[in-house]
Design a protein. Structure first.
Lengths: 266, 338
């Protein structure tokens, strides 16, 4: 059994946690695994192929319950946990986070502050090929960019896999589910699909940790992660929000100050 | 079977080219960035070759993701209704459909003609000409042979084409529709002669017995298996939307002042909103209850009501699921359970 498996087995045996959220070998690579028994801990793996962001499950109360759980996490999930914690969605006393460092050693975090320290010298590095795509999109004229995204939105089937896979889309009632009256048109058509994505991206402003779960979940291959990642750049320039790190002054969309300028309203 | 032909690689390309040049609506599998999906063909060279299955099924050609049922205009006490002219739907050739996709139209037709004859679905379905290609390759997600299908299943196809190792093809002309296409567009062909189609088909092993599974499901409603299987399910709609037989829909109003449109659009029993009552009560509160519904609907309720299985073993849902909810794995575990 690997280091991580041993640590997880011990936690389950001691009853320190009721559940270890991890990965197991699946039918097409690693997949999320809800490990509840110490004897199953040998199935746990955590390698570079484990790219699903398991923090998605932490806000699903019906799955997690009220017991303490452990979660195996790579850097994107660690960043997510800090963001969720900044939004008061996680209780430090009910979560143990396990990762493996660059040397392959199991690392255990009991406090969010420890995760913060661990991430301090591991800043967010976005995929250079994605950065190039964003730069290419920025070079386009507004009309070209609109046409590019409308062609992509035409492929969208509105399955909401982008929302389901995103660990920071945790609203118990999403804006698209507000149907008395219907706020966002629920059928799939290029413009209503774009409307959904604009909603998603605005709500992600300064919160997205750049894990790419939305892109990987999209069944029709729309590069929707470019929208939120492009927003990171804007927010860094406009508000000094450091990508992948909770903003100390609060989330940009939900923070208001009396002295905020309103000169952009024309 | 009406007629078997043997056509050279060049002859096949010519056939497709002639249909495209005759301005017919011909759709086929095309590489779109990292995926393969059906698109209107503009040349025979666009047709994808190195793939097992398209990401999405062809159900949208009879059951679009969103379609207008009628539009209206209110003028005082008068209301004018306008219905779409279904006669305008063009004849559409689906080129290189897999047998498991063709098989999806039987359960879809069962649903859309169950207690009500749906003129929208039927009008579109009647205009489809299905030219299937038998499967010479398969992957781990395929299980057509477990649900009474197969890599060379011709049921529902108008024509079935089997690719032979030398690039030439064996053509089975199966219906009048198929025969008229061949008469109109095939200029180079010879009688099929000695070719044995079965020698060239993919080997898709039978993984479970459909009838045994049906019996097990009859008493499985309260089984713990649903919760165990569905814990990682995220509750998105990918599986339902790529499925060739899933037919759940919602009816929505696109109203603007005194005019509007009524729209039918895809929905999924995997969404939490799907069964939410106006009272606020939701009979399927958990994802495990929704997953159970998905499996029972396909393998228990549909066989009972429509004498159809709501699954063709195409494996799309397993391939597309972001968290590897593998339907074959789940079905075999139920079939072998207790």
């Amino acid at each position: 059994m690997n280091n991580l498996g041993r640590t997880a087995a011990q936690l389950l045996e001691e009853k320190s946690v009721a559940l270890v959220l991890g990965f197991e070998e699946g039918s097409k690579g690693p997949r999320p695994f809800f490990c509840r028994k110490a004897e199953d801990a040998g199935r746990l793996i955590l390698d570079e192929r484990c790219n699903h962001n398991l923090a998605t499950y932490l806000t699903k109360k019906e799955l997690i319950g009220t017991d303490r759980v452990a979660l195996t996490a790579h850097l994107p999930a660690l960043r997510t946990i800090l963001q969720l914690s900044a939004e008061n969605q996680l209780s430090e006393d009910r979560l143990i986070v396990l990762t493996t460092n660059e040397k392959g050693e199991a690392v255990r975090f009991d406090r969010f502050e420890e995760i913060s320290q661990y991430l301090a010298d591991r800043p967010l590095e976005l995929d250079p090929s994605d950065q190039k795509l964003i730069a290419d999109l920025r070079k386009m004229t507004r009309e070209e960019r609109w046409n590019f995204w409308m062609a992509e939105m035409n492929k969208c089937v509105k399955c909401y896999a982008c929302r389901a896979a995103c660990p920071l889309c945790y609203c118990t009632r999403c804006v698209v589910e507000v149907n008395c009256p219907q706020w966002v048109q629920s059928w799939s058509a290029p413009l209503t699909n774009m409307e959904w994505q604009i909603n998603r991206v605005m709500h992600m402003a300064g919160r997205c940790v750049g894990c790419g779960a939305c892109k990987r979940a999209c069944p029709v291959g729309i590069p929707i992660h470019l929208l939120t990642q492009s927003m990171m750049e804007d927010l860094n320039n406009e508000f000094g929000v450091v990508p992948g790190t909770p903003n100390e002054a609060g989330n940009v969309l939900s923070t208001y100050k009396v002295e905020d300028k309103e000169n952009f309203i024309k | 079977m009406m007629e078997n032909l043997h056509i050279s690689k060049r002859g096949l390309e010519k056939w497709l080219t002639q249909m495209i040049e005759a301005d017919m609506h011909v759709f086929g599998p095309v590489h779109t960035s990292e995926k393969v999906d059906f698109q209107r063909l503009t040349s025979s060279e666009e047709v994808a070759t190195d793939y097992v299955q398209t990401t999405q099924s062809v159900k949208r050609f009879a059951f679009p993701k969103a379609e207008v049922l009628f539009s209206y205009q209110k003028n005082g006490k008068e209301t004018t209704l306008e219905e779409p002219d279904l006669k305008q739907i063009p004849e559409t050739v689906l080129w290189k459909v897999r047998p498991c996709d063709v098989a999806g139209f039987a359960p879809l037709s069962g649903i859309f003609n169950w207690d009500y004859t749906d003129k929208f679905y039927n009008a579109r379905r009647e205009k489809l000409i299905l030219i299937s290609f038998s499967c010479t390759t398969c992957d781990e997600a395929c299980f057509c042979t477990s649900v009474h299908g197969g890599p060379g299943n011709t049921a529902g196809s108008d024509i079935q084409i089997t690719e032979l190792p030398d690039g030439s093809v064996l053509v089975e002309v199966l219906t009048e529709k198929g025969s008229s296409i061949v008469k109109r567009f095939v200029t180079e062909s010879e009688p099929a002669g000695e070719w044995v189609k079965e020698n060239y088909l993919a080997d898709v092993p039978v993984r479970f017995n459909r009838e045994e599974l049906h019996q097990k499901l009859a008493t499985a409603f309260d089984s713990s298996v649903w919760k165990e299987q569905s814990e990682r399910c995220l509750g998105c709609g990918v599986c339902a939307f790529v499925c060739p037989t899933c037919a759940c829909f919602d009816i929505q109003e696109d109203a603007k002042g005194s005019s509007g449109r009524r729209i039918r659009c895809w929905d999924s029993c995997g969404f939490s909103l799907f069964t939410l009552h106006t009272s606020g009560h939701n009979p399927r509160t958990t994802q495990s209850a929704r997953w159970r519904q998905r499996i029972l609907h396909k393998f228990s309720y549909m066989p009972d009501r429509l004498n159809q299985t709501g699954c063709t073993g195409c494996g799309r849902c397993s391939r597309a699921c972001p968290v590897d909810m593998n339907i074959l794995e789940h079905l075999t575990s139920i079939a072998n359970h207790g």
